[in-house]
Ligand binder design. Structure first.
Ligand code: AMP
Ligand code: GLY
Length: 420
């Protein structure tokens, strides 16, 4: 089978790596891909948010199955275009991807199906929003309704921060994404990410993870796209997992089907767990990055069978084969990220690193220049390892990180601390 993966990050490198383990894969193309992905698959230049262009390319290249990595093509309806053209696709329709693309939409769905989440209100003008936070007090959470590349959420510890966030959002800091603002009760507890596949009816859990969003050790400094992750998440006990499935995930999937917009694909369920009770923080309509890297390391080649069954409505016949293992990844970023950073610094030591079922370096932002690896992005590498224990996975991952010779790179030294 010929497979096309859309995207260009560490997530897509990990998806490509897993798909290639599966003998069903005859040919793999990743668009646009990156320099690391180009070492294992063909890369193609393609505007991946343009449904017509993606369909045209897929027909031309005799693609049987398309896996959509990031949220932008989902929100742009690329899955809908592929379905209309009769091409199997892993990734929800634009209508179903609203679970990520609109925070107010998700809150409406939660209310309709009784899923526990933070109390909330939506606003289209600043004055009413200000009055609301003044009445509620801090801490309080202010969110731009739409997609804002993970930057549209402010957890305000003071009223002033909340007011500034409201003014920024209505002032256009996030463009159209901030035309509507959602204000939420602050939830305390421990966060975890829960990943399920669903074909619109059957729900199949495929793993849990915890990530580290802040740039600095000890969870300090600005938020990033994610500086490291590990799987499984110890806080996701069987009881918490069952509660999340029964009260949040299955009711949501049923509500989406009832609305005539069934959700098909991976649902990334962001949870806050307090006193053993999970509440929904957010949904994403895709795999997390870097959470995908640890999940793929644990799932290996069966990931393709699972994604295909999901796309074809056959999940009821599927089961996940679990090894009793752990995976952990450390993101290496360019100095300055998530702010301004330089490109082009040389990364040495990568070619001597092991690449096997226990060790992989997934590339997010590298380039080849004069036979050397160079940094070409903010998050540059995801160094990923598996082990029988979290400690072993961590030791292996940091062993590789230390072998990378890249003075202009930064990484957190405490990935996994909460789990250990
Ligand atoms: P989101 O994009 O909605 O996941 O928000 C980003 C991050 O903000 C989450 O991962 C949480 O750490 C935090 N957050 C969002 N909503 C809340 C909330 N209601 N209470 C506490 N923290 C929150
Ligand atoms: N690592 C968080 C995300 O992908 O949204």
């Amino acid at each position: 089978m010929n497979i096309l993966i859309l995207g260009s990050g560490g997530r897509e490198h990990a998806l490509a790596w897993a798909v290639l383990q599966n003998p069903k894969c005859d040919r793999l193309i990743v668009a646009p891909g990156n320099a690391g992905i180009a070492m294992i698959a063909d890369c193609a230049d393609l505007t991946i948010t343009d449904g017509e262009a993606v369909v045209g390319f897929a027909v031309e290249a005799a693609i049987d199955f398309v896996i959509i990595g990031p949220e932008a093509p989902l929100a742009a309806g690329v899955a809908d275009a592929l379905v209309a053209a009769g091409i199997a696709v892993f990734g929800p329709s634009a209508a179903a991807a609203r679970l990520e693309a609109s925070k107010a939409f998700t809150k409406d769905v939660c209310d309709a199906c009784g899923a526990p989440t933070a109390a909330w209100a939506r606003f289209t003008d600043a004055q009413a929003a200000h009055a609301h936070v003044a009445a509620r007090g801090a801490p309080i959470v202010v969110k731009a309704d739409g997609l804002a590349a993970g930057k549209g959420v402010v957890v305000a510890e003071t009223l002033q921060q909340a007011q500034d966030a409201i003014d920024d959002m209505f002032g256009g800091a996030f463009g159209a994404a901030g035309a509507e603002v959602v204000i939420e009760e602050f939830m305390g507890g421990e966060e975890a990410s829960f990943f399920v596949l669903t074909d619109g009816e059957t729900v199949l859990p495929i793993g849990t993870a915890q990530d580290h969003k802040r740039i600095g050790d000890g969870d300090t400094g600005p938020n990033t796209g994610g500086m490291g992750a590990y799987s499984p998440a110890p806080v996701m006990t069987d009881a918490v997992t069952q509660a999340a499935l029964d009260r949040i995930v299955r009711p949501t999937v049923a509500e989406m089907a009832r609305r005539g917009t069934p959700y098909r694909g991976v649902l990334y369920v962001g949870l806050m767990i307090e006193n053993g009770q999970p509440r929904l923080v957010e949904y994403n309509a895709r795999f997390g990055d870097p959470e995908c890297q640890v999940l793929m390391m644990r799932l290996g080649g069966q990931a393709l069978d699972l994604m295909l069954a999901c796309a074809e409505g056959r999940l009821a016949d599927m089961a996940v084969t679990w090894a009793d293992d752990h995976a952990l990844c450390v993101v290496m970023a360019a100095k300055g990220y998530p702010g301004d950073y330089a490109r082009g610094s040389v990364i040495a030591g990568l070619d001597g690193l092991p690449e096997d079922a226990q060790h992989m370096v997934f590339h997010a932002g590298t380039a080849r220049a004069g036979g050397e690896w160079c940094a070409n992005g903010g998050r540059v590498l995801t160094v990923t390892a598996r082990g029988e224990t979290l400690q072993q996975a961590r030791d292996r991952a940091y062993g590789m990180v230390e072998a990378v010779d890249w003075p202009e790179g930064v990484y957190r030294r405490d990935i996994g601390w909460r789990g250990l």
